[in-house]
Design a protein around this ligand. Structure first.
Ligand code: RIB
Ligand code: CA
Length: 311
């Protein structure tokens, strides 16, 4: 797999995380070394079970799955059951998973895999950054082999969990601070980008036309996700946030970006978890992240449809 890009996908399924897994597992440019799971949309017990269920249903039996951090580094736990339901993946009924998680902890896997990746590795976190931060804290040497971290999280405008903060950052602001201050190449795929990836009926129709078990599962996931996004945010279609981060690693043309300074607010009650983005370069601080701006919708949806056809 010399020309493939080694990746670790760190998830908190979550409807959009589930679709991100399905894309990452089938794209020929990616070498998915493992899936690490973190508490986020639901408790770790549920995000882990959801990961096992999705991978088992999709026949992804050769990708190791690791349970990670069950709580944020410092603050109290927050979940998103209003969006993803009590199971964290409400909507479809999954047959009992045939898969089990590895005995190794996710943070140990991330550390070992990064230290071994002498030709580089990309981390794609699509949930709170607790696992990634713990790996960086415990073994800073992993930075030498990490090419980049492409994360779904943050926003340079409005939040979705508070007026200031996006969910993944809000759940663990201290972990996000560790990642954004790591000195690594960071690409922040925030709400300003991911809200352009709404699965409108014509997209759902394209997915339904594939008509295999996995594409039909995605249609069911989007139905529930669309219902909750309409009820909570009055959205006319559900945004596939996490899929954008994976697609951006597959093809850099999926979105444009601008390098800027991003700091994480962790002291303010009102603004905790805000990604404070110096969009106009008005402060004299070193830019530390590429922030995703505009989505190439046609390329994005083609990548997902192409992957779903391979199941
Ligand atoms: O704010 C959107 C993010 O929060 C997505 O990753 C979604 O899965 C939830 O984790
Ligand atoms: Ca997620």
């Amino acid at each position: 797999m010399a020309d493939k890009k080694k990746i670790i996908l760190d998830v908190d399924p979550g409807h959009d995380d589930a679709v991100a897994i399905l894309l990452a597992a089938k794209n020929e440019k990616l070498d998915l070394k493992g899936i690490t799971v973190v508490a986020g949309n639901q408790t770790l017990e549920k995000t882990l079970q959801n990961t096992l269920n999705v991978c088992s249903f999709a026949g992804l039996n050769d990708i190791p799955i690791f349970a990670g951090m069950a709580k944020p580094l410092v603050r109290e736990q927050v979940i998103a059951d209003d969006i993803h339901g009590d199971s964290g993946l409400d909507g479809p009924q999954f047959p009992k998973s045939t898969l089990k998680e590895e005995d190794k902890h996710a943070v140990d896997f991330i550390i070992e895999e990064c230290l071994a990746a002498e030709d580089g590795i990309t981390l794609i976190p699509t949930g709170p950054l607790t696992n990634i931060a713990m790996a960086l804290i415990r073994e800073p040497k992993i930075k030498e082999n990490i090419d980049e971290i492409v994360l779904m999280g943050g926003s340079y405008t409005l939040g979705n969990t508070t007026p200031a903060a996006e969910f993944n950052i809000y759940v663990d602001g201290e972990a996000a601070k560790v990642v954004f201050e790591s000195g690594l190449d960071i690409t922040m795929v925030g709400l300003d980008l991911t809200h352009q990836a709404k699965a409108y009926p014509e997209i759902v129709e394209r997915i339904a036309e594939i008509d295999n078990d996995v594409s039909n599962l995605v249609v069911e996931l989007l139905k529930f996700f669309g219902y909750t996004y309409n009820r909570v945010f009055d959205f006319d279609a559900p945004p596939l946030h996490d899929v954008c981060a994976v697609a951006g690693v597959i093809d850099k043309d999926v979105f444009t970006s601008r390098k800027m300074r991003v700091d994480i607010e962790t002291d303010s009650e009102l603004n905790y978890g805000r990604t404070v983005c110096d969009f106009y370069g008005v402060v004299d601080k070193e830019a530390n992240a590429e922030v995703a701006l505009d989505l190439n919708k046609e390329l994005f949806w083609d990548l997902l449809i192409e992957a779903l056809k391979k199941y």
